[in-house]
Write a protein that binds this ligand. Structure first.
Ligand code: URA
Length: 243
């Protein structure tokens, strides 16, 4: 294997994000062949060099795994839950090795979630400059007006910062509820729920139906499938191109 930047090797091994790996290097926690490496440009060959973090030899994450899960309601996307609720990892029976979620979905949100052991890929996909588009089916309390749709599409201020432009497609409505589809490019905490609540509509159901070109086809609720190499490459390409 060719030489790579140290922070990339560390995040690729799945023990830290790229940013965290950089901190580890800068604070002198990383050695290459016995010598402390504190420069971020340092390169190493992960197959030949002995790279240690806090004195522990870095184990290369073997095969990279990329999964697309259709999360049911009632599961957390953190790896463990202080309240003991089920986690998405509990749904991955049969998957060898450790993977972790790319981004998050709320306990009550359903739908698509990517999981991987490739920290570098996860960082690329979640880069705040350009997050890939994600589409949600939403059931709301009350009827959403065209004015309200326009407001949300233009951006709404949450915690002093405006949300990026969004796209909304009306699906149907009754006297009590509206159903719609919203596409956003960010992943701020509880973003969809908070945006609608801000204009007075409570979100009753939320399901992520698309992540870029990936949809729910072939993945039942609670089930998952492995991504094909072309899909992984395409996701990477879209996020890198968007910067
Ligand atoms: N927005 C939310 O409010 N919740 C989710 O789970 C995902 C996006």
């Amino acid at each position: 294997m060719a030489e790579e930047r140290l922070q990339k090797i560390i995040s690729g091994a799945g023990i830290a994000s790229r940013r965290h790996a950089e901190q580890m290097i800068l604070t002198g926690r990383v050695t290459v062949n016995g010598k402390v490496a504190t420069k971020l440009g340092t390169k190493a060959d992960p197959e030949k060099d002995h790279i240690k973090v806090d004195g522990k030899l870095l184990r290369l994450a073997g095969k990279k795994t990329y999964l697309l899960l259709n999360k049911p309601r009632g599961h957390v996307t953190t790896l463990s839950d202080p309240e003991g609720r089920p986690t998405v990892i509990d749904l991955l029976k049969g998957v060898k090795g450790r993977v972790y979620p790319v981004g998050r979905l709320d306990y009550d949100t359903e739908g698509l979630l990517l999981l991987t052991n490739d920290g570098d890929f996860a960082n690329t996909i979640m880069h705040p400059k350009f997050e890939i588009p994600k589409t949600y089916d939403v059931k709301l309390k009350g009827v959403l007006t065209d004015d309200e749709i326009e407001k949300i599409e233009k951006g709404i201020t949450l915690e002093g910062r405006r949300t990026a432009p969004a796209r909304i497609k009306k699906l149907k409505k009754t006297e009590q509820n509206s159903w719609l589809e919203i596409t956003i490019h960010e992943g701020r905490k509880r973003q969809v729920r908070r945006v609608f609540e801000r204009i007075g509509h409570f979100v009753l159901k939320l399901k992520r139906t698309r992540i870029a070109f990936l949809d729910l086809k072939g993945v039942d609720t609670g089930g998952y499938r492995f991504l094909r190499k072309e899909e992984v490459d395409e996701l990477r390409r879209i996020s890198e191109e968007g910067r």
